[in-house]
Write a protein that binds this ligand. Structure first.
Ligand code: NOJ
Length: 547
């Protein structure tokens, strides 16, 4: 396989609003990120992906953009962004920005123009339809943040489409002028020195709203190839698409280098295992490890040589991984290390979400009012009407609300966790006195150091980057073990998801085999026994010596 710089890179995602507040207005900002670059350098990450920092009325915390070429004042200025690109660059760190072009803000000048009149030149930048005879919306499409996906514009008497909030009207990608404008904007940012984009809900660009087709529409891949041709071609970028509906076959369409679309996509099949299959995340269910292993193994083997995986447990929309897959109590650090090893041991580009490297957990606010997230609030209201009760909804929010990931980064045990000196825009997780960067850095068993070690291993062991994947013990209910093979070398990764000691039989070939431990959250092993005994959440990675 032709090698790319991002094959052995590790990406760190920053949610700027919650990372570091430099000017004490309670909101994180770009100068705050700059002030923490040495920390990120020390961790060893190669790329920072910033959730949107563009001008926005912040209906969806910046995923509603009113000016793609300017920075929201609460986050800083263009000069701050230039400084970030430069100062990160000096440390060998590249910057990815979030490309949110399925929709804009309703406060974007394009939409302001579009709603002026039916014959405004910008009208066709968005998706307008006549009401039905009884005045109701054109069809049954639902918005991701609850309610109909159609909003009536009183002045012109037509509905516009918004697949998210009504302040996020969908852009019309069938209009060549929209595409030209977006490509020009992408080029301006690339020329400014960023390394690429994370592409928000990119699978929606080919939608056919009249047929209620939202994702994976017929034109999607033509659009992405055109986008590539007009913006990325000839540049050495990293692009990653957010694609909840991607199967492995679809992921190959996006990420096969021959097709010239994206570097990789985020697949979410593993994440959905803790959502109710029909009712979704507001009806959480415990994940099943056998299914989780199947999903990962399927993505690993299917994409091998034909695409590229992105590897992650966390992002700004998801619960904290240690709260879902690990243990928040006695084994918090040990289970968090195990989860890190699972991800970093596979083939693909690993993503770390801010705070994951110190084992930040979900938050459990008692009152709905403490949740700021539009999705959480809207769904609470909608589900209550549908007959869910308050307690079950709060339990679901405690498990899967996006705000679990959005509480301020916990830097130290001072008031507001060292994130700010004033009350932050969202409350700090009350566990910040025990869980914070300063405290972790002082521990013998630091999680940060475990991540540092995993990142270094990826740079020094090609087998981690290019080795093929073989799942072991597929039916074992609590142990996730796999092999990686590369140029006559074999790497074994063993991870226990159990709170108790468990025993497993490795394949006969590897019993009594001598080995070299690359990383562990427990004992260093030099030899594998016939029957492997694993302590709670034990995890290790060893190079096996062929016998
Ligand atoms: C996906 C983003 O990750 C999420 O935070 C946002 O609300 C929606 N897309 C809409 O842009």
């Amino acid at each position: 396989m032709k090698q790319s710089w991002w094959h052995d890179a590790v990406v760190y995602q920053i949610y700027p609003r919650s990372f570091m507040d430099s000017n004490n207005d309670g909101i994180g900002d770009i100068p705050g990120i700059i002030s923490r670059l040495d920390y990120l350098k020390e961790l060893g990450v190669d790329v920072l992906w910033l959730s949107p920092v563009f001008k926005s009325p912040m209906d969806d915390n910046g995923y509603d953009i009113s000016d793609y070429d300017d920075i929201a004042p609460e986050f800083g200025t263009l000069a701050d962004m230039d400084r970030l690109i430069e100062q990160a660059g000096q440390r060998g760190i590249r910057i990815l920005l979030d490309l949110v072009v399925n929709h804009s803000s309703d406060e974007h000048p394009w939409f302001q123009q579009a709603r002026q009149s039916k014959d405004n030149p910008y009208r066709d930048f968005y998706i307008w339809r006549q009401p039905r005879a009884d005045g109701s919306p054109p069809n049954q499409l639902r918005a991701a943040f609850a309610g109909s996906a159609w909003e009536l514009d009183e002045a012109t008497g037509e509905y516009y489409l918004h697949l998210f909030s009504k302040k996020q009207p969908d852009l019309n990608w069938q209009n060549p002028n929209v595409r030209t404008e977006v490509y020009a904007m992408m080029n301006r940012w690339l020329d400014r020195g960023i390394a690429g984009f994370r592409m928000d809900v990119i699978e929606m660009l080919g939608k056919v709203p009249d047929q209620e087709v939202i994702v994976n529409g017929p034109d999607l891949h033509d659009i992405l190839q055109e986008m590539h041709q007009q913006t990325l071609a000839g540049r050495d970028t990293l692009t990653v698409g957010e694609t909840w509906a991607a199967t492995t076959d679809i992921a190959k369409l996006y990420s096969n280098p021959e097709r010239k679309e994206l570097s990789m996509v985020f697949g979410f099949d593993h994440i959905r295992l803790s959502y109710h299959p029909q009712a979704g995340k507001w009806r959480p269910k415990p994940f099943d490890l056998v299914e989780l292993k199947q999903v990962f193994a399927h993505w690993q083997t299917e994409l091998a040589g034909e695409g590229w995986n992105s590897l992650f447990w966390n992002n700004h929309d998801l619960a904290r991984s240690v709260s879902i897959y690990g243990d928040e109590g006695e084994y918090r650090l040990k289970s968090a290390k195990m989860l890190a090893t699972v991800i970093h041991g596979m083939q693909g580009t690993p993503y770390i979400y801010q705070g994951e490297e110190i084992g930040m957990t979900n938050v459990r606010f008692d009152h709905l009012e403490d949740y700021q997230d539009i999705e959480t609030r809207n769904h609470y209201a909608e589900k209550l009407v549908e007959g869910y009760n308050h307690d079950e909804l709060m339990a679901a929010i405690h498990t899967h609300s996006r705000d679990n990931a959005r509480t301020p980064m916990q830097w130290d045990d001072s008031e507001y966790a060292g994130f700010s000196q004033v009350t932050p825009w969202i409350k700090v997780n009350p566990n910040y006195r025990d869980i914070n960067v300063q405290q972790d850095r002082h521990r013998q068993d630091s999680l940060f150091r475990h991540y540092q070690q995993l990142i270094r291993l990826r740079k020094s062991h090609e087998i981690l980057v290019y080795g093929s994947f073989e799942l072991l013990l597929p039916e074992h209910p609590t142990v996730f073990a796999y092999l990686r093979h590369y140029q006559n070398k074999t790497l074994l990764v063993v991870n226990s998801f159990a709170r108790e000691t468990v025993t497993v039989e490795l394949p006969a070939t590897w019993q009594n085999c001598s080995c070299e431990t690359l990383i562990t959250n427990d004992v260093v092993r030099t030899q594998l026994p016939e029957t492997l005994q694993l302590s709670p959440y034990e995890s290790f990675m060893v190079i096996l010596n062929h016998q």
